[in-house]
Design a binder for this molecule. Sequence first.
Ligand SMILES: [Zn+2]
Length: 113
Amino acid sequence: MLGPFLLKYHHMFVNSSSTGAFILSRNGRSADYVGASADDLVGTLGRFARQSDYRYFWFVEARSDREAAEIEQTWLHRYRPSDNPSRSSALHGSGWRCTIEGCPTCALATSVR
Ligand SMILES: [Zn+2]
């Protein structure tokens, strides 16, 4: 993972038309939002830069949209970002499994079912 970088300078760090996952933050320390883009990471970050109050980001580039989605899931479980809508822990159509012991996100997903 690379960062934190200032979100308004995202184009200096992210290659155009890349696939990857990212974390957004207001203070450069806590993970407030986790996301991924299948084919336009720089464009997705650009929208957040214009339309949100996040100031910092971290990212990794992925080799495929599936890998990006798996990284996104892993980060959602590891960092439990406050701004993501709560969602099921299942990633459809993949072999992804959460490996975090006693993961609170998985516990929550199980208790809702
Ligand atoms: Zn989990």
